[in-house]
Design a protein around this ligand. Structure first.
Ligand code: ARG
Length: 460
């Protein structure tokens, strides 16, 4: 292995130590960020007179060629180098000779890797946010389509009160809206450039850190060199945001799996997003939803792992921090692919409206409305609750819904029932009379959909 530190050592590093210490096999994906950072550093060094304009041009040319050659495969990233930073520097020196050795002036791999990882995470935030926005677009158009698709709402997975599919989907819309704004918050907080912090204590070269930050699209330079090289909060925040996104996706998947079951049959997932069984010919399994639910574990795992890695590290850089990469990269890949596939799968679902409506009618989901009706006739709510409880028992014994009983049967339970009760306990009435802000009635629902349409326009 071509080491970066020959002078101080009398012996070569042990082969197993090299392997254990190296990060190239996973930090190779930072090649673009590493080269972009180096280009900005070279420009800044020239602007400050630390290197000449001609040296800067030569560095930029060499770095551009390396970038192209990595992308077209002519530079192969192998275990010969410890990490991506050493590889780029070595290739640069190979290409442009001694000038290449000037690139690392006023820089350490500690601030270099801090920059690379931050640039990479910043891009991951943008990609994740874009995927969330597409998912919200799918949800909003489905909501518009299903303002009058009735279904039971559940608590304790027991039928509770009727609502609409639009309203149910709208609950997830609000979750993803918070995810989107959380990503925006963390982007803002991470958008400061650590380059120029050196190994830990800055440098004696007259670097213009604000200029480097500006070249790289940051809001500014970080304010403490020790913190700059040892901060991984931005990554933890991304992993936290990703974990919450996964939790939302997983809850949604759980519902999709339930709705898709033979017992519910609320939905049909398109064949393209289902799989069969090797033995049971009748099976069509919701594997994608199950896998997304399952992949939550690895994203939470990455968050937990980095929290534990970071908790005992004294200032400033320590090699423990190299452990920030593998699981974080995996979590970034996972959350992005889950968001993408979930969106596609959701768009492929067909809803069995009749069955959903029938299910809402059958579960006494209008019991609260029937009690509220008695309250409107002067019965105290506690008594009304008791009366409707008896009514439900009677219906269960008769195998009927409340609205199937005739007025004589109803009056036998409470004389307060009149013909107008049927106007308030029909499924449609139960939903449509719920018009408080955020409730499922179609007028209330339409208002929220409009608010959310404006919101989607405002964030694009
Ligand atoms: N591969 C290292 C990492 O990912 C790069 C920084 C190494 N710095 C050092 N002083 N050993 O953290």
């Amino acid at each position: 292995m071509a080491a970066l530190w020959g002078g101080r050592f009398k012996k070569d590093t042990d082969e197993a130590v090299n392997d254990f210490n190296a990060s190239i096999m996973f930090d190779k994906r930072l090649y673009k960020q590493d080269i972009t950072g180096s280009m900005a550093h070279a420009r800044m060094l020239a602007k400050q007179g630390v290197i000449s304009e001609a040296e800067k041009d030569s560095l930029l040319l060499g770095l551009t060629e390396i970038l192209n050659e990595i992308e077209d495969g002519s530079i192969e990233i192998t275990k010969e180098y410890e990490d991506i930073h050493s590889l780029v520097e070595a290739k640069l020196i190979e290409k442009i000779g001694d000038v290449g050795k000037k690139l690392h002036t006023g820089r350490s791999r500690n601030d270099q890797v801090a920059l690379d990882m931050r640039l990479y995470t910043r891009d991951a935030v943008i990609d994740t946010r874009d995927l969330i926005i597409s998912l919200m677009e799918t949800l909003l158009s489905m909501e518009e389509e299903h303002i009058e698709t009735y279904m039971p709402g559940f608590t304790h997975l027991q039928k509770a009160q009727p609502l609409t599919l639009a309203h149910h989907l709208g609950a997830y819309f609000e979750m993803f809206k918070r995810d989107e704004s959380r990503l925006w918050d963390i982007y803002d907080r991470m958008n400061y450039c650590p380059l120029g912090a050196g190994a830990l204590a800055g440098t004696t070269y007259p670097l213009d850190r604000e200029y480097t930050a500006e070249l790289l699209g940051f809001k500014g330079a970080t304010l403490n060199s020790m913190d700059s090289v040892s901060d991984r909060d931005y990554l933890l925040e991304y992993l936290m945001a990703a974990s919450i996104i996964m939790m939302h996706l997983s809850r949604f998947c759980e519902e999709i799996i339930i709705w898709n079951s033979d017992e519910y049959k609320f939905i049909e997932i398109d064949d393209a997003f289902s799989t069969g069984s090797s033995i049971m010919p009748q099976k069509k399994n919701p594997d994608i939803a199950e896998l997304i639910r399952g992949k939550c574990g690895r994203v939470y795992g990455a968050l937990n792992s980095l929290l534990v890695t970071m908790k005992g590290i004294p200032l400033a850089y320590n090699k423990d921090m190299q452990e920030d990469k593998e699981l974080s990269f995996d979590a970034m890949d996972t959350v992005k692919s889950c968001l993408h596939l979930f969106n596609e799968m959701l768009g492929s679902i067909t809803f069995n409206k009749e069955r959903m409506e029938k299910s809402a009618k059958e579960g006494f989901t209008n019991a609260t409305d029937a009690a509220d009706y008695l309250v409107s006739k002067g019965v105290p709510f506690r008594d009304a609750h008791e009366i409707i409880g008896e009514l439900v028992l009677f219906c269960i014994a008769e195998g009927k819904c409340i609205e199937d009983l005739d007025i004589i049967e109803l009056k036998a339970i409470s004389p307060k029932f009149e013909e107008d009760v049927y106007d308030v306990i029909s499924l449609k009435a139960c939903v449509e009379r719920r018009l408080t802000k955020g409730a499922p009635g179609s007028e209330a629902m339409k208002k929220v959909i409009n608010i959310n349409k404006d919101y989607l326009k405002s964030i694009k």
